[in-house]
Ligand binder design. Sequence first.
Ligand code: PXG
Length: 463
Amino acid sequence: MTQRFAAMDASNTERWQQLDSAHHLHPFTDPKELKNNAVRIIESAQGIYLTDSDGKEYLDAMAGLWCVNMGYGRQEIIDAVSAQVQQLPYYNAFFKTSHPPAAELSALLSEVSPGYMNHTFFTSSGSEANDTVLRMVWRYWDILGKPEKRVVISRKNAYHGSTIAASSLGGMEDMHKQGGIIPNIVHVEQPYWFGKRCESGADLDAQQFGREVAQSIADKIEELGEGRVAAFIAEPIQGAGGVIVPPESYWPEVKKICAQYDILFVDDEVICGFGRTGHWFGSELYGLKPDLMPIAKGLASGYLPIGGVMVADRVADVLIDQGGEFNHGFTYSGHPVCAAAAIANIKLMQTENIVETVRESTAPYLQKRLRELSDHPLVGEVRGVGMLGAIELVEDKDNYVKFDKARGVGIICRNHCFENNLVMRAVGDTMILSPPLIMQQSDIDVFIERAWKSLDMTQQSLA
Ligand code: PXG
């Protein structure tokens, strides 16, 4: 029989570790490996710092999982949530009903987004948002009498979520290997210059590469026939794919292609949205004009699960005026308590002028200090925009040679980060940061110091 309760004399940490190991199946984790390695139990958090069950404090340079943009312990969000739970903990948005939080939030979203984005369909996560995207895109073309427009073009190594539709839209091979992919989704090259530079072993002009990769979208449309292509989906900057900041030439070229062909452009703002790039949405950074924008994460700073799809007028007009019933929705679409958290979070962003502060002060300082890490012998490239950064570790920086994957250098570095009271995420051998937007310059100095130390220790471990 499974041991239900840990020994009573075990410390709290051990008890939770044992319970977790016995009963909790973790996302994106090898369960067998976890059995032999006690998990870290995060028990509380304040501002940008986490505290584990042994009282050790960590600077959370990942904002949870790219989401706690306004930091932990914000009283305004806590109060809004607790008031809403008492007022109306649940009601649905089906059958001609709504409630104040859903109505207010949809209006607030239209206020903070580009002028042509005026409608939102709510979900509980980014994955559900991208499932909704697929259904909406297909619905849109059906209504317009073009049901043969079915194919969505995405990019290799993209992450758009973990449900079957979202993981199919994503370009993660390891996910496709386990679940297959649904029909009518194809993937083109990602604008990952450094990776290509290392792989090719030859000089590679970044701007030329950016244009070529953009061109591969047009090539794919031509190959399939424009009449079959429904949409192109991309994040302004790929997040979980390794913070892939495209060469400057990329987006202007992609914009031209999207305008040239009759296809929808889906801009996944789940990570880039809500101030992460120093703009309300990543699309504004690159002057993109999306038709649909999946959102989640920073929408409520992760306090409660909420996502959605923002719909541009061009698409909304068709769905609303010509479509009839859209047979799609979730029990928790627009959940009042989650919506209340999102409203409080967005209002906090507005009163604290966080987007401007990030754009004009915090992000330039973070990016400047991050670049100093390029001098470290292990660092092949530092890249980043706004409050997103990547530190790519390589074996030979002068000759663009990556480490053998099997050495697990990223994981070694991540473990040293934890030792040094710092949380960074490893994507392969690239160390990723996406810290809370409320970070101050003094916090950035602490981050850089701990990151240097962790890089030094990684170098020692590899010697
Ligand atoms: N789109 C993008 C761009 C994302 O980054 C999703 C959609 C899906 O959102 P939900 O809420 O369903 O998880 C994401 C999520 C990681 C990691 O390891 C990244 C995400 C989720 C889990 C882990 O970096 N991004």
